[in-house]
Each structure stands twice: as structure tokens, then as C-alpha cells.
Design a protein around this ligand. Structure first.
Ligand SMILES: *[C@@H]1O[C@H](CO)[C@@H](O)[C@H](O)[C@H]1NC(C)=O
Ligand SMILES: *[C@@H]1O[C@H](CO)[C@@H](O)[C@H](O)[C@H]1NC(C)=O
Ligand SMILES: *[C@@H]1O[C@H](CO)[C@@H](O)[C@H](O)[C@H]1NC(C)=O
Length: 452
């Protein structure tokens, strides 16, 4: 080490003497550096030069390939589908669809630099309208939208302008390309299964300990104003409310921690099944948007008091499988009806024919499951959608594709209506944001479609 220091001192004095000549100084510095490196790493000049050469070649190649990335992308053997928004499990591979047609499906945005992409797919809840694969190139590239979530997640998509940026969808709407209105029915057999079902006479004995109606929500400020409704109902009839909304009863300690993730556990289902009625009011109202709140009540055999999807009647196992708020437009009218059912078991059981005689008279429901059994499994829905898009891309290669533009029927959520008044409440903040999202959707559409 002291040797090195000594050498440095020597070089320094030498350099001082000839500092008027810049080139000499540079040479001197390089020589000094070389000596240092040689001492420390024990390499020869030749080895050092090789190292520098390899480094330079690497840099040159890297720069050239970068240029290639942005100028000429590769057209792959099969059409390429890229999930722009989300990494779905198992969707980074070659997808083989019916008739042995194939596509590459990736969820890695890096692929966007290499390949000519045939279709971009978007998971709606993760869309960032400020970060899209632009320019849109509507003639060359298809956009597909997968949206299974509540309307409150992406309010722009409540409006046709934003929807019409896309060519195909997979949504809960029956008018989607890959529809899944039964997404929250976990198994078709659940409808008639009596695993959790409690006989009316037994339910009646529970009434000395619990209320006839159960409410369980922890999301209290909703566009459907379910809390406002239940609050009025509570003035007329006892309701056990376990969630944070209008709470008046504690859950048993075994359910207390993280009940939201245990709603489908057998013990919890048994807990619910003791109730004669369960309030099932959605947090948003869209055609064919029916969540677990409804199907869980059907599964365990309690009567759902339902408000949400305007098309709910199309999915009831039997005409009387739920009490719909629209049929009893005030809490008072609903209460009168419930009182009748509480006083007459025959009347009460008319609502439970899917359990008592295990019938499903609704052909639409039966056919929906028969024709599209994939929809009970989210992963299968995604595979179906990828294959649907893959088929369209093959049609496009053969110039056989027609123009398709998504319209409101694919995700149809009217302006939110209050469960209490069955009218739009202009003071509800969700109504306000529904309206401002409409303006925003139009702006996004113009920016994207005129930005080409
Ligand atoms: C209960 O309702 C059924 C069906 O409407 C009716 O036939 C029956 O008379 C009622 N029973 C009583 C006790 O009111
Ligand atoms: C896809 O959607 C865009 C945007 O609405 C539209 O301009 C284009 O014609 C559509 N392409 C196909 C093949 O349907
Ligand atoms: C909206 O789209 C659906 C399904 O893609 C189609 O059947 C319907 O005709 C369209 N409606 C309008 C008004 O264009």
C-alpha cells in the first residue's frame, strides 16, 4: 500500500512539470491509472485492452438493439395478446383454443417493445386512463375489457363513451361477449342444497334469541343508500346488524377477526341460516350485477330482502325467491308483508321452494348455467375471454373481422337510485361523481381517439 502511495507521489511531481501540455497530462493520467489497476488487479495491458474492447462492443450492440425495439417490432408466429393492466395467473403462454388455433398471451408489458400486439386486454379495476398503450391504432389493434367489479370501482366505465374505446368485453352483463351474470354463484347445486337449510319450525324457536332479519355491512356510504333504508326498517321491526354499519349486535368472537374473509366458511353460513330474512342491498345497481349477498342467502335458505340489479327477477330460482324492494316501495309496506310471513309459515315457505321441494322453475337461470358453466370460475372466464379474442385475431388475419364497438349494454349501470325512495337522490355524492365521470369519460375518449 505504501508502495502505491510512493508511486503516486512520484507521478504527481512528474506531471506537475509538464502540465502545459494537455495531451501529455491525459497520457500521464492514463498511465497512472493503468499502473494502479495493474498493481491492484494484476492484469496485463493486453488483458485490459480486451476488457475495454468487449465493453465497447457490448455498449454498441445494446444501443443498436434499442433502436431496433422502437423502429421495427417483430411479428410473432401467432397473434400476440397482451394484458396491459394485470398479471393473471397462468396467462403468460401459448393459448390453444378451439379448432387448434393459437395465440401468445402475455401479461408482461416488456413484450410491448418486441412484438406487434394484436390485442390489448384490460382488467377494468386496474385501468389507469393516463397510462394506456397509445396511439390507439383502432384499425390494427383490438382492445378488450374484463370487468367483473362493482360500478364504483371505475366510474368512467359507467358511461358509453369510455366503454366505446373497447371492441369486446367479458362482464356480468348478458350482452357481453363473454357474459358471467352468475359469477357469484359458487356452485349450481348450492341453490337446491339443504346443507345449511334450517326448517321454519326450528327458525321460529330461534326468534327468542335473535331478530327475524339480519344485516351485515361494513361499507356504509353507498350509492344505493342501504343504511338509510335499514335505519327506517329498524324503526318498525327488529334487525340484527353485525357489521360496522348501524351496528347493534356483536358477532361471536370466533368470527370477529376478519369476518369479511370468512363469509363462506361453513360455520358462518350456519350462523346466517338461522335468520328468516337477510337484507341484501347491493352497493351499486347494474343490470345483471348480482353479488354474494344474494346468492349466499339462496345457498343457506334464508329469504333475501333484495335491492340492486334492476334485472334480478331474471335470475331468481323461482318467481318468489326474494322479497324485492320495488314490490314494496316503502319500509312500512315491506314491514307489513314481513309481518304476514312471520305469522304464517305456509306463506313464508312459498319463498323457499328451491329448498323445500328443490325446484328451479326459472329456465333462463337453468339454461344460463347449462350453456356457460365456465362462469362460476373466474380463471375459466379469463381463459374463455383470451380465446374469444384469439379467434377474433385469426379472423382479422384472414380479413374476416367485422367492426365491433362496445356499448352501454355490456356494462349497464343507470344513475344510482336510493333504496329508500327508489328515486335518484341528487344529494348523494355517488350521484355527483356519476355525473362528473360522464364528463371525464368524454374527455378521455376524445384524447385517445383524436390523439392518433
Ligand atoms: C296462511 O296462508 C295460506 C296461503 O295464503 C292460507 O291458505 C292460510 O289460510 C293462512 N293461514 C292462516 C292461519 O292465516
Ligand atoms: C375497435 O374499437 C375502435 C374504437 O371504438 C374502433 O374505432 C375500431 O373500428 C374497432 N375495431 C374493430 C376491429 O372492431
Ligand atoms: C350494443 O351491443 C350489443 C352486443 O354487442 C348489440 O347486440 C346491440 O345491438 C348494440 N346496441 C346498439 C344500440 O348499438
Amino acid at each position: 500500500m505504501s508502495n502505491v502511495l510512493h508511486m503516486e507521489q512520484q507521478s504527481a511531481t512528474m506531471c506537475k512539470r509538464i502540465k502545459q501540455n494537455l495531451w501529455t497530462v491525459l497520457f500521464c493520467a492514463l498511465k497512472m491509472l493503468y499502473r494502479l489497476v495493474k498493481r491492484v488487479l494484476r492484469v496485463t495491458l493486453c488483458e485490459l485492452l480486451w476488457f475495454i474492447l468487449v465493453f465497447v462492443i457490448f455498449i454498441v450492440l445494446w444501443t443498436v438493439s434499442d433502436v431496433k425495439d422502437t423502429s421495427a417490432k417483430v411479428t410473432a408466429q401467432y397473434p400476440v395478446i397482451l394484458w396491459w393492466t394485470m398479471e393473471f395467473p397462468g396467462s403468460s403462454s401459448t393459448r390453444t383454443c378451439s379448432n387448434n388455433i393459437k395465440c401468445y398471451v402475455y401479461s408482461d408489458r416488456e413484450k410491448n417493445n418486441y412484438y406487434n400486439i394484436g390485442a390489448y386486454l384490460f382488467y377494468a379495476s386496474n385501468i389507469n386512463f393516463k397510462n394506456l398503450p397509445l396511439p390507439r391504432k383502432p384499425k390494427d389493434v383490438i382492445w378488450g375489457l374484463y370487468h367483473e367489479e362493482s360500478p364504483r370501482n371505475v366510474e368512467e366505465l359507467l358511461h358509453e363513451k369510455a366503454l366505446s374505446l373497447f371492441n369486446f368485453t367479458a362482464t356480468f352483463s348478458r350482452f357481453s361477449n363473454i357474459p358471467f351474470p352468475l359469477q357469484h354463484l359458487h356452485a349450481f347445486e348450492d341453490i337446491t342444497s339443504t346443507t345449511y337449510f334450517v326448517e321454519t319450525s326450528v327458525k321460529n324457536t330461534y326468534l327468542k334469541d335473535i331478530s327475524p332479519i339480519m344485516y351485515l355491512q361494513s361499507d356504509c356510504e353507498t350509492s344505493t343508500e342501504r343504511d338509510a333504508y335499514v335505519q327506517e326498517l329498524m324503526k318498525l321491526v327488529d334487525v340484527d346488524s353485525y357489521g360496522t354499519c348501524l351496528n347493534n349486535r356483536e358477532l361471536p368472537s370466533k368470527f370477529k377477526t376478519d369476518y369479511l374473509n370468512n363469509l363462506n366458511e361453513a360455520e358462518f353460513l350456519k350462523f346466517i341460516a338461522r335468520y328468516k330474512f337477510v337484507v341484501a342491498i347491493e352497493n351499486g345497481a347494474c343490470n345483471d350485477y348480482i353479488t354474494e349477498k344474494f346468492w349466499r342467502a339462496i345457498k343457506v335458505g334464508t329469504i333475501p330482502i333484495y335491492f340492486g340489479s334492476p334485472t334480478i327477477r331474471d335470475w331468481l330460482p323461482n318467481p318468489k325467491s326474494a322479497i324485492l324492494l320495488e314490490d314494496f316501495p316503502t319500509p312500512k309496506m315491506l314491514y307489513k308483508h314481513i309481518e304476514q310471513l312471520l305469522n304464517n309459515d305456509t306463506l313464508y315457505e312459498e319463498y323457499l321452494e328451491h329448498k323445500t321441494i328443490q325446484t328451479i322453475s326459472n329456465d333462463r337461470l337453468v339454461n344460463e348455467y347449462r350453456d356457460r358453466p365456465y362462469q362460476l370460475d373466474g380463471i375459466k372466464v379469463i381463459e374463455k375471454f383470451e380465446c374469444f379474442i384469439c379467434e377474433r385475431l385469426h379472423e382479422k388475419m384472414n380479413d374476416r373481422i367485422e367492426v365491433n364497438i362496445v356499448n352501454k349494454s355490456h356494462y349497464d349501470c343507470p344513475k344510482p337510485i336510493s333504496a329508500l325512495t327508489l328515486k335518484v337522490n341528487p344529494d348523494n355524492s355517488w350521484v355527483y361523481s356519476w355525473e362528473s365521470a360522464e364528463t371525464n369519460a368524454a374527455k378521455i375518449y376524445t384524447e385517445i381517439m383524436d390523439g392518433d
